[in-house]
Design a protein around this ligand. Structure first.
Ligand code: GDP
Ligand code: MG
Length: 448
């Protein structure tokens, strides 16, 4: 995964200053590969990387991050932005019914989606009706009727019931759409969903038909349905439908398969239209409101790194970090108070083991992590609080009798005080080595 591959670029322990070209290049190279692996169209990848590089160059590295992570953060923000930023829901018409039309290639999943979307809207308290306007494909009307029945939503189909299993319905799809709209008005349905025909490739006549239906019913939303497995063809197909029917949103289907969803980025990037829903299977419930941030993770295949970046940023106490950085800059000694502060910082960061377990390049810390027991922080606090300020500042004065007093004061055995001081000495050495550092919290030693 990208997470593994990126570990090499995440060696630096903390960020400082501004991102240089060298900082950006390694990470950008891996991001490019990840996007291509996710089947994002080549020109889209190229444009995306250029944009990220331009934005990253010279930008400041957040204190909690290293340069590689900072680039990842920028990549993620750009991805989420292109995918539409926030989840976009349907815009309902002031005067119902709201007219939703589906468009897309044959086999994209329009008819299946029609049932799911109807079901979803019904669950939200709407009273949808489906309209069968695919009169091209044998069985298309029946398929929609089956879907409608499963969803518990009525289906308006051309009269008389022409369609047998093997015969395409006849009639004019534009007429069916307008008749269906009239029927929905009569029966007070507040939303209609129009299923349309598609071809295996982009086809001028069918595109015109879709545009005619759209104009005749005054669609409020036109959803472009696209198979996530479409790969590099996403760009040309999306452009053709964007020009042909000027869709308002995108639905990505078959996300239950292997596709990482690069098509979402391709389509959103070349059309500027938001992805609104995702279909993840053949069942009625295999349907999701689209979340740009989750999709960004899926496309990059690096949700774990992003979680780490976010948590590190959210939890890292800037003041504490700055104090520490200053201490090193001034070449002051690392004291037991600092040690305690770091431990408390770790506690704040929540499940540190899990966090660092996720961080590529943290292998060196992993062993210390194994020993780190959050529940022991309370004992460490008790021991350190039993020391005098002088002892905490000049730990080397803590001799045998002082240890005994501290143990007694904190209610632990002397051996625990010894252990803690031993760990402190290790941490002190580590901090010395890192002088000039102080960004990411360093493990001050294990507990347990
Ligand atoms: P349409 O030609 O655009 O109307 O596409 P259909 O709705 O008829 O779907 C084509 C095929 O894809 C059918 O066999 C569906 O069962 C299947 N399908 C649709 N959506 C999904 C999905 O999200 N996941 C999977 N695995 N199959 C899907
Ligand atoms: Mg269909």
């Amino acid at each position: 995964s990208l997470s593994d591959r990126l570990s090499a670029t995440f060696k630096n322990l903390r960020g400082k200053g501004r991102l240089s070209e060298a900082d950006i290049d390694g990470t950008a190279r891996e991001i490019r590969r990840a996007l291509l692996d996710a089947d994002v169209a080549v020109p889209v990848v190229r444009e995306f990387i250029a944009k990220v590089k331009a934005r990253a160059l010279g930008s400041e590295v957040a204190q909690a991050l290293n340069p590689g992570q900072q680039v990842v953060k920028i990549v993620n923000e750009e991805l989420v932005g292109i995918l539409g930023g926030q989840t976009r829901e349907l815009a309902f018409a002031k005067n119902p019914p709201t007219v939703i039309m589906l468009a897309g290639l044959q086999g994209a999943g329009k008819t299946t989606l029609a049932g799911k979307l109807a079901h979803h809207l019904k669950n939200q308290g709407h009273t949808p009706m489906l309209i069968a306007c695919d009169l091209q494909r044998p069985n298309a009307v029946t398929q929609l009727q089956v879907g409608g029945k499963r969803a518990g939503v009525p289906v308006y189909a051309p009269h008389p019931g022409v369609s047998s299993e093997f015969e395409a319905a006849t009639g004019d799809p534009v007429q069916v759409a307008t008749d269906g709209l009239a029927e929905a008005r009569n029966k007070l349905h507040d939303v209609i969903i129009i299923d349309t025909a598609g071809r295996l490739g982009v086809d001028a006549e069918l595109m015109r038909q879709a545009a005619d239906i759209k104009a005749a019913v005054g669609a409020h939303e036109t959803l472009f349905v696209i198979d996530a497995m479409i790969g590099q063809d996403a760009v040309t197909t999306a452009q053709a439908f964007n020009e042909g029917v000027d869709f308002t949103g995108v639905v990505l289907t078959k996300l239950d398969g292997d596709a990482r969803g690069g098509a979402a980025l391709s389509v959103a990037s070349v059309t500027g239209k938001p992805v609104m829903y995702a279909s993840t299977g053949e069942g009625l419930k295999d349907f999701e409101v689209f979340h740009p941030d989750r999709m960004a993770r899926r496309i990059l295949d690096m949700g774990d790194i992003l979680s780490l970046v976010e948590q590190a940023e959210a939890n890292w106490d800037r003041g504490e970090a700055e104090k520490m950085a200053k201490k090193f800059a001034d070449q002051e000694d690392f004291t037991l108070d600092d040690f305690l502060g770091q431990m408390q910082q770790l506690k704040k960061m929540g499940s540190m083991k899990k966090l660092l377990g996720m961080m590529p390049g943290a292998q060196g810390m992993r062993q210390q992590l194994e020993q780190f027991d959050e529940s022991s922080i309370g004992r460490v606090e008790a021991i350190i609080y039993s020391m005098t300020p002088y002892e905490r500042n000049v730990p080397k004065v803590i001799n045998g009798s002082r240890r005994a007093r501290i143990a007694k004061g904190s209610g632990v055995h002397v051996s625990e005080v010894n252990q803690l001081l031993e760990r402190f000495t290790q941490a002190q050495k580590m901090m010395k080595k890192m002088a000039g550092g102080g960004g990411m919290p360093q493990m001050p030693g294990g507990g347990g």
